[in-house]
Design a protein around this ligand. Sequence first.
Ligand SMILES: [Zn+2]
Length: 256
Amino acid sequence: MKLSLSNGIFSKLGIQDNFNTVKKLGFSNIEFNMKSIKKEHDTDIYREQKAYIASGLKCLTLHSAVLHVKDPIEVHQAIYYGKISLECARALGTPLMTVHSNISKKLPQDIRKKCLNEIFNEEIRPFAKRLGIKLSLENLSYNSTGFGKNVEQLEEVLSVIDPKNEMGITFDLCHALETKVVDELLDKYGRRVFNVHMANKAHQPFIQKKPELNHFLSALNEYGYEGPITLELEHKTSMEDIAKTKAFFEKLLNEY
Ligand SMILES: [Zn+2]
């Protein structure tokens, strides 16, 4: 398993400062979170690409910009966010993009299906395929505005957007703990985890051993998982705590 840091935590910094801060902490792998781009101007991609190449960091995954569509009129915007994120993933040479369902949990099921179909089947999935970028659907927390917090909901989404079982799962441990679905997600998706968002509840860092953390990592290990362990921490986490978390996981991941 490879330790990585979501650079979304430094989204308030300009892109160069963002990468420099990641490097100062000693990380070599990142998940590029589209939150790090202030406003999605298409040509900004070149600026991110230049800063990224200069940084020497390795971008293992990219977190898509997300819009949880609450009215079908917003579908075009969700498609735009998805596509500009894919363009950024291509510019950074990243093989995997984490996506949310892009739909609000308040939509009725028939409208949900129609929106999912228009966003993913007509646009994002074929575009990702053309660029050679794999997609990975994230489980959301119960308090998210989006749809997809447990196996039942994720299965409904996947039945529409992933007819060939090609998509991975980005297992967000924080969301799963908050929603109390760690085991059901592991049982159903243990073999198709492509990425892990690692944090305790409320995106607080783990800085010492906890039974729930050990249980999760042991299960992933048994499923043969060798992908990223992406620290996705709350914005206010101090530099000292990020450094402690990094040291803790470097040691811990050696056990698996
Ligand atoms: Zn996450």
